[in-house]
Design a protein around this ligand. Structure first.
Ligand code: ADP
Ligand code: MG
Ligand code: ZN
Length: 485
């Protein structure tokens, strides 16, 4: 959302995606997350003098697959470069990366937001590089620890064009990119553990201005929500500066999620001179067409293709189809639940989609959980929807049953039976309740007969309350009208 309608937001994202290779990029050390500190290092990744890197082929394949999935140009000749800088968690004193000749260029991906046409976002480049270790500043006062386990694990840096115009678009881009790397199984996409990290470049300009404004770079964004919040904060901050006659300074800013604000980390004046030069220990990387073709043929169904299939097969909206194909787990969940409903000969795909994207995802988000850890398995959600479809329970009761399943588990059919929640469709039973309600509310009955038909809603509500929500609402309506008429 533009915070000030006179300004346009411009965003470009740099994503570091940690590849799921078994071993590091230039040595045989394991890449497993969470091992005891400094147990996954060897002379190569620890940067001892005289050691030589050996290229991990699996990584190159993963980079090519990612490039193909975003419709990028795969460069048959690319070069590794040394990026020189000193940092305590980088024992070599340089990072092996790709600079002027990256492996992938000119890709694209597409985002869908509700109520908006599909939008193309350009991907400038993807290059391969090594990750650094981690500095830990907690534990003893006045000292820092360093854990080198992550040194030398493979990263893809995926750089977008400055094509995004709102925090919502940035969020949608990240979701789509994360879905792609997950579908490809090249990255687990876990932002909290840092295997999918994003830096956001943000600037603003007056609508109609030709040139982009000065940008700042936001770091320390460990969830999509934080990326979006940090962008909104930054847009506000920049507009404020300009409106007060100031100038935005190009700088790197750190997001503080607890305080909901960012602060300056370093300005352009302290920018490093990396003295890039071609990595002398590695030959240029060459790829032949056969390798590209083989990898192309091995690509799985990707999120956009799956979403298109869902739209067609299940008659879903573009937006719903996008949400339901955000990950393979999500798609599997939906297809399984839908299968249960269809098997009960009650097929209603729209209802299943609504339950997954509405009630279930709403609750999972609230609890900070992912669909793969959903306390309600897909089979049970499917059974619940089938119970609504067969008229055994009302939608309102279903929400109650859902809460119960989410908090305490259990099979919906059993919960409905144990708690006596089955919808009352026996007309004589409902009729008895209707009679009671009419007898107890003579004033409203009078009003209705006098033409104030709006009180019907009140009377329906009374009957529903008397039956603890179990009466079939359509039947209640019909019986009340009959008796009042
Ligand atoms: P650097 O290597 O210094 O970070 P790049 O030219 O590679 O610089 O740009 C990094 C990111 O910044 C890219 O994603 C690009 O789209 C984005 N970007 C460049 N200029 C702007 C701008 N004026 N406003 C917002 N984003 C920008
Ligand atoms: Mg940058
Ligand atoms: Zn190693």
């Amino acid at each position: 959302m533009p915070i000030d309608p006179h300004y346009e937001t411009v965003i470009g994202l740099e994503v570091h995606s940690q590849l799921r290779t078994k071993s590091k990029i230039f040595c045989g050390c394991s890449t497993t997350y969470g091992a005891e500190a400094n147990t996954q290092i060897c002379p190569v990744c620890a940067g001892f003098p005289g050691v030589l890197p050996v290229m991990n082929r699996e990584m190159v394949n993963m980079a090519i697959k990612t490039g193909l999935a975003i419709n990028g140009q795969i460069k048959k000749f690319s070069v590794f470069s040394r990026k020189n800088y000193f940092y305590p968690d980088s024992p070599t004193g340089y990072q092996i990366s790709q600079y002027d000749l990256p492996i992938i260029e000119h890709g694209e991906l597409f985002i869908d937001l509700p109520e908006a046409p599909r939008k193309r976002i350009g991907v400038t480049r993807i290059h391969m590089e090594v990750d650094a270790g981690k500095s830990l500043h907690e534990g003893i006062a006045g000292a820092s620890w360093v854990d080198l386990n992550r040194v030398g694990t493979p990263l893809l840096e995926i750089v977008s064009e400055p094509d995004m115009r709102s925090s919502e678009e940035a969020g949608a881009y990240l979701k789509k990119l994360r879905a792609i790397v997950r579908f490809l199984d090249v990255c687990d996409g876990n932002m909290e553990q840092g295997s999918f990290r994003c830096d956001a470049n943000v600037s603003v300009r007056r609508y109609g201005a030709e040139k982009f404004g000065t940008r700042t770079e936001l770091k320390n964004l460990n969830s999509i929500r934080n990326v979006m919040r940090a962008i909104d904060f930054e847009v506000d901050r920049q507009i404020d500066i300009i409106e007060n006659g100031g100038e935005v300074v190009q700088e790197t800013r750190l997001w503080d999620a607890n305080k909901n604000l960012s602060r300056s980390m370093r300005s352009k004046e302290d920018a490093h001179d990396y003295r890039y030069f071609p990595e002398p220990d590695l030959p240029p990387l060459t790829i032949d067409q056969e390798q590209i073709d083989t990898l192309q043929a091995s690509l799985p169904e990707l999120p956009d293709a799956m979403a298109a299939r869902f739209q067609k097969e299940f008659e879903l909206s573009e937006y719903d189809a996008g949400v339901l194909t955000a990950s393979k787990e999500m798609a599997n969940y939906f297809e399984t639940a839908n299968g249960v409903v269809a098997a009960a000969k009650q097929a209603n795909t729209k209802a299943v989609a609504n339950w997954v994207t509405g009630e279930l995802l709403g609750r999972l988000n609230k609890e900070g959980m992912e669909i793969e850890n959903s306390p309600v398995p897909a089979e049970n959600l499917g059974k619940l929807v089938a119970l609504i479809q067969t008229g055994e329970i009302s939608g309102k009761i279903a929400k109650q049953v859902f809460s119960h399943m989410f908090d305490e588990g259990g099979d919906p059919e059993k919960i409905v039976a144990d708690k006596g929640l089955k919808q009352v469709t026996d007309s004589s039973a409902i009729e008895a309740e209707v009679e009671k309600v009419l007898a107890a509310n003579p004033e409203q009955v009078e009003q209705f007969r006098g033409g104030k038909t709006k009180v019907l809603g009140f009377l329906v509500g009374q009957v529903m309350q008397a039956t603890r929500g179990k009466a079939n609402p359509a039947m209640v309506n019909k019986l009340l009208k009959e008796k009042l008429g």
